[in-house]
Design a protein around this ligand. Structure first.
Ligand SMILES: Nc1ncnc2c1ncn2[C@@H]1O[C@H](COP(=O)(O)OP(=O)(O)O)[C@@H](O)[C@H]1O
Ligand SMILES: [Mg+2]
Length: 311
C-alpha cells in the first residue's frame, strides 16, 4: 500500500505555477527519489505534503489521512529535514533535539532515549553536549537529520540534504540514509544530484516545471534513457560555432555547453565521436579530454526536457 499518495497537486505563488498537476506515490519501506533541477517545484511539493503550505487543488494522502482534512494526524507520521538547517546555534545538540522532540509531542521520559538514539543514527553521540555553533556545516546537516527523526516518523522527507557540504559529510549522510531502510523508515530523498539518487533510491520521480515527467523504479527509468549516450568533450577553445555545427550532425539529439565543456547527447556515440572531432579540429580547437557516459538519469532528463539538470 502507498504510504504517500499525491494526486494532481497544484500550487501557485501569484502568477507563478510552482507545482502544476504533480502526481506520484511512495510505497512503504522504499527510498523514493524526487529529482529535478533548481526551481522545478520540489521544495514547494514537500511543503505541501508537510502541511506547511496549502495547495490550490489536488489531494495528498499520508497513510490514508487526507492532509487537507486530518493535517495533524498526517503530520505525526512525517519527519522533515529542511534544506536550511533549523537549529539554535547557541544550544547543544542535545538541547536542540530536546526542543524538536518537545514540539513533536514527546514527553520528558521519552525524550532522553529518543535523543540518544537519533544521535547514534547520525554518528554525533560524541558531540552531543557541545554548542552547535562550533559544528562544521556537515555536522549541522547531520543534526538536522536527527531532528527530523526525533519523533520516530514513518516517512522522512529530506530536501537536498547534501548541498554545499564537504565530500566526507556527504558520504556520511548517504550512508545514514541507506541505513534508515533497516529501521523501517520510508524516505523521500530530494536532490538535483543524479549520482545520489541513483546510489540511494529504489524508485524515482523526475520533476520539471511543477510536473512529474517520469516515475518508476531506477531500472525502469534507466532503460527509458538508455537509447541515448552522453559525451563530454573538453577542449582548449570552446565556441558556439562548434556547438552549433555539431548540433546539426545526424544522430545528435542535443549539443550544449556545461562548465565550458561540450556535452553531446546522441543515440550513436561511435559514429558521432569522429565527426565531432573533425568539427572541433576544423574550427582550430584542440581536444584535451573525452568521456563517454553510460546512460543515466541525466541522459533521461535531457531526452525528456532537452536541458541539463544543472543548468
Ligand atoms: N514563497 C514563494 N513565493 C514565490 N515564489 C516561490 C516561493 N517558493 C517558491 N517559489 C517559486 O516556485 C518555483 C518552484 O520553487 P521550489 O519549489 O523552491 O523549487 P525547487 O525546490 O525544485 O528548487 C520557483 O520558480 C520559485 O522561485
Ligand atoms: Mg528546493
Amino acid at each position: 500500500m502507498a504510504l504517500l499518495e499525491v494526486k494532481d497537486l497544484k500550487k501557485a505563488f501569484g502568477s507563478r505555477q510552482a507545482v502544476n498537476g504533480a502526481s506520484f506515490s511512495v510505497q512503504e519501506g522504499e527510498i523514493f527519489g524526487l529529482l529535478g533541477p533548481n526551481g522545478a517545484g520540489k521544495s514547494t511539493t514537500l511543503s505541501l505534503i508537510c502541511g506547511l503550505l496549502k495547495a490550490n487543488s489536488g489531494k495528498i494522502m499520508v497513510d490514508n489521512w487526507d492532509v487537507a482534512k486530518d493535517g495533524a494526524k498526517a503530520k505525526k507520521l512525517i519527519g522533515i529535514v529542511p534544506q536550511e538547517p533549523a537549529l539554535y546555534p547557541m544550544l547543544s545538540a542535545k538541547a536542540n533535539l530536546g526542543f524538536w522532540g518537545t514540539i513533536n509531542g514527546l514527553t520528558s521520559n521519552e525524550l532522553e532515549k529518543a535523543i540518544d538514539e537519533v544521535l547514534k543514527v547520525v554518528g554525533l553521540e560524541d558531540r552531543a553536549d557541545g554548542k552547535i555553533s562550533k559544528y562544521s556545516g556537515g555536522m549541522k546537516r547531520r543534526l538536522n537529520i536527527a531532528a527530523g527523526l526525533i519523533h520516530s516518523p514513518r516517512l522522512l522527507i529530506m530536501d537536498e540534504p547534501t548541498v554545499g557540504i564537504d565530500p566526507q559529510s556527504r558520504n556520511h549522510i548517504l550512508e545514514t540514509v541507506k541505513h534508515l531502510r533497516e529501521r523501517d523508515i520510508t524516505v523521500i530523498y530530494t536532490s538535483h544530484y543524479v549520482e545520489e539518487v541513483e546510489y540511494l533510491c529504489d524508485r524515482v520521480a523526475i520533476m520539471d516545471n511543477g510536473q512529474i515527467i517520469s516515475e518508476g523504479t531506477l531500472a525502469e527509468l534507466l532503460k527509458r534513457g538508455s537509447e541515448y549516450q552522453e559525451l563530454t568533450i573538453n577542449m582548449n577553445s570552446f565556441s558556439e560555432e562548434i556547438q552549433n555545427t555539431i548540433q546539426t550532425l545526424p544522430g545528435v539529439e542535443k549539443a550544449f555547453s556545461l562548465n565550458e565543456k561540450l556535452k553531446i547527447i546522441t543515440s550513436n556515440a561511435e559514429k558521432i565521436l569522429p565527426l565531432a572531432f573533425e568539427t572541433i579540429v576544423g574550427h582550430g580547437g584542440i581536444v584535451s579530454e573525452i568521456k563517454i557516459h553510460k546512460p543515466n538519469l541525466e541522459s533521461l532528463f535531457l531526452k525528456l526536457t532537452g536541458k541539463a539538470l544543472r543548468d
